[in-house]
Design a protein around this ligand. Structure first.
Ligand SMILES: [Zn+2]
Length: 176
């Protein structure tokens, strides 16, 4: 299981894992106990950036009661997606605008777009639920562009956790 962590990319890029202040997790999502979880090592995620691959340490926790683990995923990454959130949104926007910068392969871009279009209705519902009442274009492609822009504008302190993650019926905008 993963917890989403509202932390900036630059903070993690500037600090080694020893210097990083990882939050205290005081509730176990597995056994539902209010108990401080223990640090339980790290695993490495390879995050492609514009000019290199960034090896990011993802902190893991273990519940002292049920011994199940939780990992702390920075909000700018999506579970099971190698590319960071901003790269995915950027390439989605380009795809819908029929542009390409070649950051990712055409096949992968098409896969992203298909997934995103399949989630379109759910994404709209969640935005509406969070108070985004602006009219959306009728055209599907235009609508998708607008939603990508809204997602690009959301930040962790705002409603991103609710829009991107942890919703009962909708894990994130790229989830199935
Ligand atoms: Zn537990």
């Amino acid at each position: 299981m993963q917890f989403i962590w509202a932390v900036s990319k630059s903070y993690l890029q500037k600090h080694s894992r020893k210097e990083t202040e990882y939050p205290t997790i005081s509730h176990c999502p597995h056994c539902n106990r209010f108990i401080n979880l223990w640090h339980h090592g790290y695993y490495e995620r390879h995050v492609p950036t514009v000019d290199r691959v960034w090896n990011l340490d993802i902190c893991r926790y273990i519940c002292p009661h049920c011994h199940k683990t939780v990992s702390l995923l920075p909000w700018f990454l999506l579970p099971y997606f190698q590319y960071p959130r901003d790269t995915i949104l950027h390439t989605l926007r380009e795809h819908f605008l029929s542009q390409t910068s070649g950051i990712i392969s055409r096949q992968l871009n098409q896969f992203y777009a298909k997934r995103f279009m399949g989630n379109l209705k759910a994404i709209i519902l969640i935005f509406r639920d969070k108070g985004f009442y602006e009219t959306l274009p009728e055209n599907e492609k235009q609508k998708a562009i607008k939603l990508v822009e809204w997602l690009q504008d959301t930040c962790p302190s705002a409603s991103i956790q609710m829009i991107d993650e942890n919703c009962k019926h909708f894990h994130n905008f790229m989830a199935l």
